[in-house]
Structure formats: C-alpha cells, structure tokens
Design a protein around this ligand. Structure first.
Ligand SMILES: [Zn+2]
Length: 317
C-alpha cells in the first residue's frame, strides 16, 4: 500500500499522466489493513471519502463484509479490492446499525451478491430515521437516497453465528449507539468489528445513543477473555486496541461528569457547551474535537441526564 502511494506520488511529481500509469487502487478512498489472514479493515481517510470504516472476512467459501460506507463510489472500490484479493463470492454484509454512513453502500454489495444482515430494528429505521441524522445538512439528493436504501434481508434480535466454511464469524447484539446495534467478531483472528460502539480519538455521535448503555458495552469489550490481544475495528478512527477502548469509555464518562457538573451549576445551552468543551479537550489533547461535534454531544448528554432524550422507537414488522 505504502509502496503504491509512493509510486503514485513519484509519477505525479514527474508530471506524467497519472491516470494512465498509476494502478487503479493507488488512491483508495480508504486504507486497507490486513489484521490477520483474510481479515481486513477498511479505514476511512482524513478526507472522509468513505464516510465510515468497513471491513471484510474471507472464509473458505465466501466473503462477509462488515458495513457498507456512506458513498456507493467507495463501496464499489471496496468490492474491487475484494475481487483483487479473492475470487470467492461476496455472500453477506452485516450492518452494525442503521446509520447511513454504514448502510449507504448496501445496494452495491447486494448487487455483488451479498445478503444484508442487520438488527431487527434496522428495517424500520433505515429509510426514515436517517433523515434526522443529517439535520440541517440534508439535501434533496441525500433524502432521495435514504428513502430508497435497501431493507435488510435477514434480521435478528439475537446473537448469530455465520459460518464461512470452517471460519466462524460471531454477530452479537449490543446496546448503546442506536437501539439496534451489532458487533462482528472473528474469534480465530482475535478481531472485533465494533461498529460505532467504539470511536478512536474522535467524538462519537450521540444522536440516538444512551451513554449509560454504551459505557456498559465498552466495559464488556474490556473484560473479554482475549481483550489485550484483540484488535478492535471502530466505526470511525484507526484500528484500535483495548487501551483505546478504555480511553473512549473514559471520554464518555468525562462528558457525562462535566455535563452533570455544569447542570448542577445551572448552566444551559451555549453556556453549558462553553463550560464543558475546553475541559474535555484538555483531558483528550490528541483527539480531533470539532465545535459542531462537542455542541451536539453536550446537548444529547444534557437530554440524557434530564431524562428527555429521544431514542429511535422499534417499529412493527
Ligand atoms: Zn452511527
């Protein structure tokens, strides 16, 4: 990967026609990382051309993909990379939750042959609640895309085991991010795809979350028997280890404590944000924390502590 990027840079520096000479995968919208034989993380780059992280597992007789990105163009590149690595069929995509930055490319994967597996609640939310996710940034194009996102083919509210030949993939239901969250574990490789239950060095989106449940789930990750040897693929940010899980959980606990202290001091709205943001940044100096993200987090944390937080409601089938 690094060699290809260097080669591409060298060609550009020489002023040559890059499109003719650079291999097609020289500038991927994500960084592909092989974490174990046949287990790959696709990490969104700093320009967010994919919208979130994804990954895939190559088994004896097929491929299982975890999450679908937001941009279908990036998902098409992901399918191309899988095709470059293996001729085995792409049999499944597991959506870790309904948010469009993880489901936006589902149709590309379905067209490539995948069955879409998701939590039971995703069917009721993927075409509707995703509108809320965009807030004032919604456009007619995004709205139209959301309203035609594919519905999952297989839904569950229980843990599942998917066998790729002899390779075992464990899909678990977890609580905290949306009310319809799954993680995907590859036990033989000690890799856990956490979806948005984990973010590395960037603030999480709490729009549908429960910090109380979320921190409990992250504590479970930390207590897993092989936690110290496990590689965690977060929904956003680079590949993580158990120390990153602890740091992320500490961030959520700090947010809750600081918002609670501000509330006790009678602070509201912008004053509450103004009190919490510098303290949280001081506690996590190597994180990238935008003003927009912190304002939203403080608002949602305030609502959770006030008992007024709205979370997505499960819909009847
Ligand atoms: Zn999410």
């Amino acid at each position: 990967m690094i060699l290809r990027v260097l080669a591409a840079t060298a060609l550009l520096a020489l002023g040559g026609p890059a499109s003719a000479q650079v291999p097609p995968n020289a500038a991927l919208p994500f960084v592909l990382k092989e974490l174990a034989p046949g287990v790959y993380a696709a990490i969104d780059g700093p320009e967010h051309q994919s919208g979130s992280n994804a990954g895939f597992v190559i088994g004896d007789d097929g491929v299982l993909v975890i999450d679908a990105f937001f941009y279908p163009e990036a998902t098409r590149v992901l399918v191309g990379e899988i095709r470059r690595l293996t001729p085995k069929p792409i049999r499944y995509v597991v959506n870790t939750h309904y948010h469009a930055d993880h489901t936006g490319g589902d149709q590309v994967l379905r067209d490539a042959g995948a069955v879409i597996i998701a939590h039971k609640n995703v069917r009721g939310w993927v075409r509707t609640n995703n509108i809320n996710l965009f807030g004032d940034r919604i456009t007619p194009e995004i709205k139209a895309r959301i309203e035609t996102l594919p519905l999952p083919d297989v839904t569950t509210e229980k843990d599942l085991v998917v066998w790729l030949g002899t390779r075992k993939v464990v899909v678990r239901t977890v609580l905290g991010h949306t009310g319809g969250d799954l993680t995907v574990a590859v036990p033989d490789a000690r890799v856990l795809f956490t979806g948005d239950m984990l973010w590395r060095k960037v603030p999480p989106n709490l729009i549908d979350g429960s910090v109380a449940q979320w921190t409990a789930t992250d504590a479970e990750f930390m207590r897993m028997p092989n936690a110290a040897q496990t590689r965690f693929v977060p929904g956003h940010g680079d590949v993580a280890d158990v120390r990153d899980v602890a740091e992320f959980r500490a961030y959520l606990l700090s947010l809750r404590r600081l918002v609670g202290e501000g509330r006790k001091a009678g602070l509201k709205g912008e004053a509450l944000v103004g009190s919490v943001a510098p303290k949280l940044r001081q506690l996590h100096p190597d994180w990238t924390i935008s003003d927009r993200a912190i304002a939203a987090e403080v608002k949602y944390m305030d609502q959770e502590l006030a008992g007024t937080k709205q979370r997505p409601v499960p819909q009847p089938d």
